[in-house]
Design a protein around this ligand. Sequence first.
Ligand SMILES: Nc1ncnc2c1ncn2[C@@H]1O[C@H](COP(=O)(O)OP(=O)(O)OP(=O)(O)O)[C@@H](O)[C@H]1O
Length: 670
Amino acid sequence: MTTGELSAEQRRIAFLHDRLDRERAAAQAAFDAALKDGHEQRWHREVAVRTLSEQVSRLNVADENLCFGRIDTTDDRVYVGRVGLFDTENDYEPLLTDWRAPAARPFYTATAANPEGVTLRRHFRTKGRHLESFHDDELQLTSKALLDALNAPRSDTMRDIVATIQAEQDEVIRLPQRGVLVIEGGPGTGKTAVALHRVAYLLYTQRERLSRQGVLVVGPNPGFLRYIGEVLPSLGETDVVFATPGELFPGVRTQREDTPELQALKGGLAAVDLLVEAIADRQEVPAEPIPVELEDVTVPLTAEIAEQARERTRNAGLKHNEAQSVFHAALVDALVGPALDLIGEDWPELAADVRRELTGHPDVRRAVATLWPNLTAFGLLADLYDGRCFALGYPELHRDDPHAWTVSDVPLLDEAAELLGSDGAAERRAAEERRQAVEYAQGVLDVIDTDQVMHEDELRAVDLVDAEWLADRHTALDHRVLAERAAVDREWTYGHVVVDEAQELSEMDWRVLSRRSPNRSMTIVGDLAQRQAEAGVRDWRRVLAPLARDRWEYRRLTVNYRTPAEIMAYAAATLAEVDPTAVAPTSVRHGEPPLEVTGADPESFRPTRGTFAVISPDGPLTPRASKGLEFDTVVVVDPERMTPAERYVALTRATRRLVVLREVGADNVT
Ligand SMILES: Nc1ncnc2c1ncn2[C@@H]1O[C@H](COP(=O)(O)OP(=O)(O)OP(=O)(O)O)[C@@H](O)[C@H]1O
């Protein structure tokens, strides 16, 4: 690196920052103008405001590490960065190429064996707008830039890896979005990083469609979602919904986890049959006849009559709630004959009169509400856990507070909602929202109409549009952020779904996800050797067969970017306990061997620099909660009290130093 070359590159980078500033100023000015624009129709203005504000935020995050690389081929030079910048005065020549664009690809994939025409690959190290240094690699696999990135101390949140994506990762990131993609790899192979960069890549290539439907990223717990939450915004992407499996049913608050046995029971496919039974159990026949007091006679609604109506209704094959009106009609049908017998007279209109009286009769309505009640998913499950489970032969489902929802209840709630069908609440809510929208629109039109004194031949707003039409336009452009709209709508379907730590999900969880992704465009990320949940995945094929039939691809990542080789070698014995045939990923870095100590205070290992965690079966960070996370220094307390899979996860969280601590009392663990 000569001084002349460095200053030439410095000038280039300063020039790119200057361009970025100009583009940002132009986007900001257009955004301000769109906000103030009173002439443009409201919905056009709102679309413009939204698009421009997204553009401004995308350009805002590009300041840090704007340009991080350059590739030269025999006839071209490409600067690679976080966003694309173009020379508007020169036929839109690219000045900086977005890392996701095809032209940037050789930056990640060229190797000495397969240079793809690349004669030079240069990595820049910048601080703010200043270029501190650069280095050229000889297209070797582990470049200095990668090692610098991996050796840097970690922070509380994961960072993006755009500057150092490796070839095997790049291939996965850019795979076309067809069907389901499973990415498997050992600890630290960058599965999470790759899945998130893949989301950014898909949003770049299909922004229009994906930002309308949104992308859902499912992670194991809120701590993990906080840890990965900054990666996509740092890449300028915000239309992404993050959720844990326990948050996938709108309105549920999960307070705890079930025992492993209950998780297995609730997570297996047999739970669908259990719910079907529980619903059937709510379609009752009366123990004692229910009197229906007609004007002239009292007809007993007997068990036989109810049974007859129930069979007819069940044969109609509708969902429970949607079948309630069928049951009502069937019950009336079944009551007409006995009523006529009791009246003991017969004239042509009598049957029709009796039928009319029965149909509107409050006793019949009340009987319908008892024998075939309208049910919510919450109501069905709470009633099951409260006591009905005994009669159904599942006493273990009983709990004192039936409303204390657990994470494994969530797929049951979703399945129940699916089986029950609409209870009418959503329709009633939608009708009320619609009524309010029309009322509001009418108010707007009234104001416009009275505000302006017009000549009588002039067309007025109310001559051109009516409140219904205006309300339609308003509803079509619902500008709540996508995450807010999706979170409250159980039937929301996403353009793409990413599932991280996917090995933990039960068969019932997969059914929920398949309902959120009817086009089955999914990226599934996991490692079977790290599975801790009893009801989790043991074989990808078993999960994927009902989900995607044969429309899925499988890719494996093989290089460990987190854990030094010495720590991986130590964890190998545990991996063999989990699965003797499993192969550990190859670490890129070396470091110190793990330290084994007995009876010390875990806090005494807290380093002066970098992140630190104590992973213990008693917490505060349990092996389960440490899934997917990493820390510079990790103390693993009493690994023998962990299952092999828990121990494997705990031992592979350290980026630098691992201490294995035995025989400390729980009191010592803070
Ligand atoms: N190409 C890369 N350049 C720089 N850092 C990388 C690269 N690939 C992965 N890393 C880093 O390696 C670490 C591990 O990555 P990540 O958490 O995505 O792995 P994982 O496969 O999901 O691990 P686990 O299965 O243990 O959860 C992270 O700090 C990530 O930023």
